[in-house]
Every structure is written in structure tokens, then in C-alpha cells.
Design a protein around this ligand. Structure first.
Ligand code: LLP
Length: 431
């Protein structure tokens, strides 16, 4: 199986995190997001332990909430001792509502409004990751109005191509995020931040992309960042105290995907950075990284009920389910690959189908060319694996469909973390 939390019982029924998927579907209905809380905690510990052994106490992994955010997720992060990367008032609010400590929140985003800035300042978030000059000015003004000195990191763009797909490629010079090093603008950005009396510049942030498997991406990024840090020391006398290398380690969606050895990669990266520090004569900064996908992706599985099977002799056949691009837009957006399984039995004789959603457009495909039992029929259950990242968080109400619930599985127990969005909720804001 793709991941150790996916198994089948002797009768062929799928089990996820040790629990029967058909039984969970009967209990909670479909479409249904299942989340394996034990796996989320395991993945957090993978990072925490790897950080501790690679960097000692001078490092912290931040969970990138954009991958999947609801209150229970932040409770887990608080308990595990992770920091959090938040990108909106909504994410900050959710974290605080869950009791997550404000000082362990790093507030990201390239389009922060004055309202966002004021809200985050008043909430006492630990750090702003400032994306550009206008934000720097607005933050300095608002922090001054409150008589505080806000800690920040500056987001800079190192000009590294992470060799991943376009939508998540964020390190190149001409992306919309951060301020480029290569053009000299980042140097001016640092100088401007140092001149702000209500801002304490704690360090630098960069993020080059998501679904990174390429072995040298983080090391190449560190090369650029250390060279820049040396330039800052020489030119401005500024010593970078913190270096945040962003998120991005990839996850296995299909058997063909590689498995990223995260502890191994982190140990290698740490050794590389220590060598860089020695070479550039700089102290080793406090290290942050912001994994999202690699914390939650393999902790998720989505269950659907088949509504229809359309077999068209000599053409493509479709299995249509009771969810779709509304609960998982990733194939539509990125042509993302997924593993699809029949949730009640192992396939004997198989056939190839496109797994389609219920939305009124022909592009609503969850996954093309999946192999399922040839006799699959209405009422059968189908599971899409590895849906923990960027599924619930990117879900929409297109076609006025309600979002599925999120059921957490923990130590053989189960509970609803997010309720199903019903018809009343869909009309809740309508006047
Ligand atoms: N830090 C920053 C500044 C980011 O922009 C991101 C992701 C992360 C951390 C977390 O990266 P991760 O470890 O999850 O790769 N919706 C797309 C992914 C967008 C990623 C955006 N930024 C998808 O479904 O593939």
C-alpha cells in the first residue's frame, strides 16, 4: 500500500489508521475527509527530532497552516511544540481560538491589508514575515501607534528554481513574493527595515517552492542566503539572527513518487549550513522551516460514494462520485496525481475509468485513468489517498455544495473535528 496507515482487512475492506473505512462512511456519510491524527503527530515529531539532532535548540519547525487549518490542527501543533505559519486573519483567528500561543505564530502573506496588520499586532503574534516595502512602512506606522516594537523577518527571493510545478514555484527572481536578492532590492529592503524604529529585524525568510524532491534545492538556497547574509554584514553591519528556509518537502501521492527522507535531508542541510557558516565567517543563525504538505498530506483520505458509472464502448468510461473539485480541486488546478482505491473490496477484474466529480462542468475530474473493479456500481465506496494537504483548505462551495466534515482518527478512536456544512450553513450569510 501507498502508506503504512492504509491497509485492507481480510475481507478486502479498506482500513485507514486502523479503522474500517466503510464503517466510518456509514457513520458519518460521504463525501468524508478522514484525518489520521497519530500520523500528523508522527510527522511533527519527525521534524522536531530531526531539528533537535541537526541544530540543537537553535531551530524550530513551523507548521504551514495553509495546508490544512481548523481548530484541532492547531491544538495538535500546540501540544507537539511546533510553531505556526499563518497567512491570514482567518488562520490567526483559528489558531488563537484553539488556544495556540500567539507568540509562536509567524504571520506571512504578500497582500496584508492595514486591517490584517492591526489585527495581528493586537493579537500579539510573535513575528511578521514582511513581504515588501509597503507592508514594512504600514507595519512600522501601526506598531508605532501602539508603542510596540514588532519582531519581523524579511521575505527575500533567492532566485532558485525548485524544479516543481509552476503554481508553487516561488523562489525565482520574478515571482510575486518577497523582494529579490539578485537585483539588489533585498539589500535596500534590509536597510529600510533597520531604519524603522518600531521594528526589530530578527532575520530573513525565503521559500522556493512546494513538492520539492530535488536533492540540492535547500542547499542551493542556503548558498545564496549565506552569501547575502555576508553582504549584509559587510555593507550594513547587520548579522542575521534567524534564517527561515520555508516549506516544501514533497509527499508520496502514488507508488511512482519518491519518498523524501526528511530527517536525512535535514541532517545533510544542517551540515551544509555549518560548512557555509564556517566558510563565510558568520554565526549559525536560528533555523526555521515551514512544512505544510509533509506534515498532513499522508494523514488524509477522502471517501466518496459512487453515484453513477458511465461505460461508453470504445471511449472513456467515468465513475462519478458525490464530491469533486469542490472538496479536491488539485487535479483541476495542477493535474496532481492521486492513488484511488475501491474502499470495500480489492479489484478482481479491473477496468480503467476517469474518476469524476458531481459539479456541472466537464473539467470536474478528481483523477483520470484510475484502475477500479470492472463491475463498480452506484453505491460503492471509493477512497482517494493522501488528501490531507490542500484539500479541505482549498475546498469551495461551487454549485452550492456543502463542504464535507473532517473526522479525526486517534488511537483507535474517532471524533468530528469539523462538522459537515449543511443547507442552513450554506444560506447562513444570505440576507
Ligand atoms: N511557507 C510558505 C511561505 C509557503 O508559501 C508554503 C506553501 C509553505 C511554507 C508550505 O509548503 P509545503 O511544505 O506545504 O509544500 N495549493 C498548492 C500548494 C501551494 C503551496 C503554497 N505555499 C497545492 O495544492 O499543491
Amino acid at each position: 500500500m501507498l502508506s503504512s496507515n492504509i491497509t485492507r482487512d481480510p475481507g478486502g475492506a479498506l482500513r485507514f489508521a486502523g479503522q474500517s473505512v466503510p464503517e466510518l462512511a456509514r457513520l458519518y456519510g460521504t463525501p468524508l475527509y478522514l484525518m489520521d491524527e497519530d500520523r500528523i503527530r508522527f510527522n511533527c515529531r519527525l521534524y522536531l527530532d530531526a531539528f533537535r539532532s541537526a541544530f540543537g535548540d537553535a531551530a524550530l519547525p513551523l507548521y504551514a497552516g495553509k495546508a490544512c487549518a481548523f481548530k484541532q490542527m492547531y491544538r495538535i501543533m500546540a501540544e507537539e511544540g511546533m510553531g505556526v505559519d499563518a497567512v491570514s486573519r482567518g488562520e490567526i483567528y483559528t489558531a488563537l481560538k484553539a488556544g495556540f500561543p500567539a507568540e509562536r505564530i509567524w504571520f506571512h502573506g504578500d497582500g496584508k491589508t492595514d486591517e490584517d496588520i492591526c489585527y495581528a499586532l493586537d493579537s500579539g503574534v510573535g513575528f511578521f514575515v514582511v513581504d515588501g516595502f509597503e507592508e514594512l512602512e504600514a507595519l512600522n506606522r501601526e506598531a508605532g501607534a501602539r508603542g510596540v516594537r514588532q519582531k519581523i523577518l524579511l521575505r527575500v527571493t533567492p532566485g532558485i528554481d525548485p524544479h516543481t510545478y509552476e503554481a508553487v514555484n516561488t523562489g525565482r527572481v520574478d515571482v510575486k513574493f518577497g523582494v529579490p536578492i539578485g537585483t539588489g532590492q533585498a539589500y535596500d529592503f534590509v536597510r529600510a527595515a533597520l531604519a524603522c524604529s518600531h521594528i526589530e529585524l530578527c532575520g530573513l525568510h525565503c521559500h522556493v517552492g512546494s513538492m520539492v524532491f530535488d536533492e540540492s534545492v535547500f542547499e542551493d538556497t542556503a548558498d545564496v542566503m549565506f552569501a547575502f547574509m555576508r553582504e549584509l554584514k559587510d555593507g550594513l553591519g547587520y548579522v542575521t539572527g534567524t534564517l527561515d528556509l520555508g516549506g516544501g518537502y514533497g509527499t508520496r501521492y502514488t507508488e511512482a513518487d519518491k519518498q523524501a527522507d526528511i530527517p536525512g535531508r535535514i541532517a545533510f542541510l544542517a551540515a551544509h549550513m555549518r560548512a557555509l557558516a564556517a566558510k563565510t565567517g558568520l554565526p549559525m543563525p536560528f533555523i526555521l522551516m515551514e512544512p505544510g504538505r509533509s506534515i498532513v498530506a499522508d494523514a488524509g483520505l477522502t471517501v466518496y460514494t459512487v453515484s453513477a458509472v458511465k461505460r461508453i464502448e470504445g471511449f472513456k468510461s467515468h465513475v462519478i462520485v458525490d464530491g469533486g473539485m469542490t472538496d479536491n480541486p488539485r487535479y483541476c488546478l495542477y493535474r496532481a496525481h492521486y492513488t484511488v482505491l475501491h474502499a470495500e473490496r480489492e479489484a478482481g477484474e479491473t477496468a480503467v475509468f476517469d474518476l469524476a466529480g458531481r459539479c456541472c462542468e466537464s473539467g470536474d475530474i478528481l483523477q483520470p485513468a484510475v484502475t477500479l473493479p470492472a463491475d463498480i456500481k452506484r453505491g460503492d465506496l471509493v477512497a482517494v489517498c493522501t488528501t490531507g494537504a490542500y484539500n479541505y483548505s482549498m475546498a469551495s462551495n461551487y454549485n452550492r455544495l456543502g463542504r464535507p466534515p473532517v473526522v479525526m482518527l486517534r488511537g483507535g478512536e474517532r471524533f468530528v473535528a469539523v462538522r459537515r456544512e449543511g443547507l442552513d450553513e450554506l444560506c447562513a450569510l444570505d440576507e
